[in-house]
Design a protein around this ligand. Structure first.
Ligand code: XMP
Length: 512
């Protein structure tokens, strides 16, 4: 089915992804494109509208990102936001005033002319500003739609060409009626239909995967994580048992994890699953290793060897499924080059690019919450879709220093108790991630009448949106007390429990 689409051209704003999300929440499909995109590409994609995002540059900077002038002549409605508005004005003959002073925060706008963009909105409301430069003279034939005490042209348009611009950010929650403004753009100006639905997405993907794969064999590394599971279930719907899922038990998983994952995949999801128990091999290779980076490298390499051996057993395999999400594509792609934020990536425990497979990445247009929605449509139980993230190298990065079987067993039990209590106390879904860490430090305690000298367990729980920054979770003292008591009473080898109260930054979420 053909869905209506809005192209968002990225100029490096931290809000670009948010614009896309807000549009999709209105059931209209939207994608981010680099400002280098060619006019032919736009014509090919037939978007119903184009949004030019904000960005940190000034249109007068020599290297500031621009777009092809022809975009304004295509007859496709355009909305410039902040830098996008300044660029539109500048390229169409208006004047932008360079300023080193930044206007940041709430401002009150007065609507001068309702036009379609502000249809059915109050005559004055609060908007979110975040800019330095501003438009001081509109291009010819543009009309002013709104102003603030600081910004004469807070919004403007060229009605006969459906070109609009706003100096503020309608996509952020601090702008009152921001969603209504976006909706007016989508439905009053671009005449979009609300036809972006998960069920349509599933049907389209199944057809696409079927025709790509034919009767060839496909493999997938199934860790038990949400993304790879949803991707696998979707591909299985398309090609059935030609999809071979490989679950490698690294021995570095949480308590009962591999067993539960296998049972779940085979029974609930009916996946064609190959189980490889490589736990002894991983332990052997990690023997004597204490450096965190060394651990990650060894685990990464071992994983690839084990995976490849299993693939050889399956036979001639052409395709590999990966659960890459939209933010990963955006962050590693061309779009982020205008941005002043630099993000680093973890891919330890993943697979390298040069394995000679053709990649199938069925989730690469989706955000995390959309993947969960897709998972629900695919009948994957919610308890599974809401699981906390788990790092590829597993418990190895949660045991400081050398990893041994004994320490793994202690940590698994402590982690299990913490997670169990979070679930019982309805706190599991309130934190972004929670786990235990084992410190090789021993300290003195007293148990009954006896002196003890045992390991320390750290409890770590964080709230976060995306794992890039995080705050330590302010868990209730009574709750922490309960978890601490259970750990000390039930686990031999631990006599002290501490709670990590560091945010990220300066700490990372994991301890190694
Ligand atoms: P940090 O510790 O860097 O972690 O604050 C941020 C998020 O990433 C997860 N993480 C990893 N995930 N392989 C992964 O697949 C890794 O090597 C890895 N290291 C950290 C971590 O659990 C948290 O959710």
């Amino acid at each position: 089915m053909k869905v209506d689409k809005i192209i968002v051209v990225d100029f490096g704003s931290q809000y670009t992804q948010l614009i896309v999300r807000k549009i999709r929440e209105n059931k209209v499909y939207s994608v981010i494109k680099s400002n280098n995109l060619k006019v032919e590409e736009i014509i090919d994609e037939k978007p119903k509208g184009i949004i030019l995002s904000g960005g940190p540059s000034s249109v007068y900077d020599e290297n500031s990102p621009k777009i092809s002038r022809e975009i304004f002549e295509l007859g496709i409605p355009i909305l410039g936001i902040c830098y996008g508005f300044q660029l539109t004005s500048f390229m169409l003959g208006g004047v932008v005033e360079k300023s080193s002073k930044r206007e940041f925060g709430s401002a009150n706008i007065k609507i001068i002319y309702e036009e379609k963009l502000f249809k059915n909105l109050p005559s004055s409301f609060s908007v979110w500003m975040s800019h330095s430069d501003k438009v001081t003279r509109l291009p010819e034939n543009f009309i002013s739609l709104a102003s603030t005490s600081n910004t004469e042209y807070a919004a403007a348009c060229l009605p006969e060409k459906n070109i609009y611009g706003v100096q503020f950010h309608p996509e952020v929650v601090h702008t009152e009626f921001g969603n209504e403004i976006l909706k007016n753009f989508l439905f009053e100006i671009c005449n979009c239909s609300q036809n972006w639905e998960m069920s349509n997405f599933i049907i389209d993907k199944i057809i696409e995967i079927k025709s790509l794969v034919g009767r060839e064999k496909v493999v997938c590394a199934l860790s038990g994580g949400v993304d790879s599971t949803v991707a696998a279930v979707l591909v299985q719907k398309a090609i059935g048992n030609d999809l071979h899922c490989i679950h490698v038990n690294t021995g570095l998983m949480r308590k009962n994890e591999s067993e539960e994952v296998i049972e779940f995949f085979k029974k609930n999801l009916n996946l064609n699953l190959h189980y490889v128990d490589a736990s002894e091999l991983f332990l052997e290779r990690l023997k004597g290793i204490t450096d965190p980076e060394e651990k990650r490298k060894i685990i990464g390499r071992t994983f690839i060897h084990v995976f490849q051996d299993e693939v050889k057993r399956i036979g001639d395999v052409k395709f590999l499924v990966q659960g890459t999400l939209y933010p990963d594509v955006v962050e590693s792609g061309a779009f982020s080059k205008n941005s002043s934020v630099i993000k680093t990536h973890h891919n330890v425990g993943g697979l390298p690019k040069d394995l000679n497979f053709i990649l199938i990445e069925p989730l690469k247009e989706l955000f995390k919450d959309e993947v969960r929605e897709l998972g629900k449509e695919l009948k994957i139980p919610e308890s599974f879709l809401m699981r906390h993230p788990f790092p590829g190298p597993g418990l190895a990065v949660r045991i400081i220093g050398e990893v041994t079987k004994d320490k793994l067993d202690i940590l698994r039990e402590a982690d299990f108790i913490f997670i169990d209590e979070l679930k019982k106390n309805n706190l599991y879904d309130k934190v972004w991630q929670a786990f235990a860490v084992l410190l090789p430090v021993k300290s003195v305690g007293v148990m009954g009448d006896e002196r003890s000298y045992e390991f320390t367990i750290v409890l770590r729980a964080v709230t976060s949106l995306d794992g890039m920054t995080a705050d330590w979770a302010k868990l209730d003292y009574e709750f922490l007390n309960l978890v601490s008591n259970r750990i000390i009473n039930e686990i031999k080898g631990v006599n002290r429990v501490v709670y990590d109260i560091t945010s990220k930054p300066p700490a990372t979420i994991e301890w190694e």
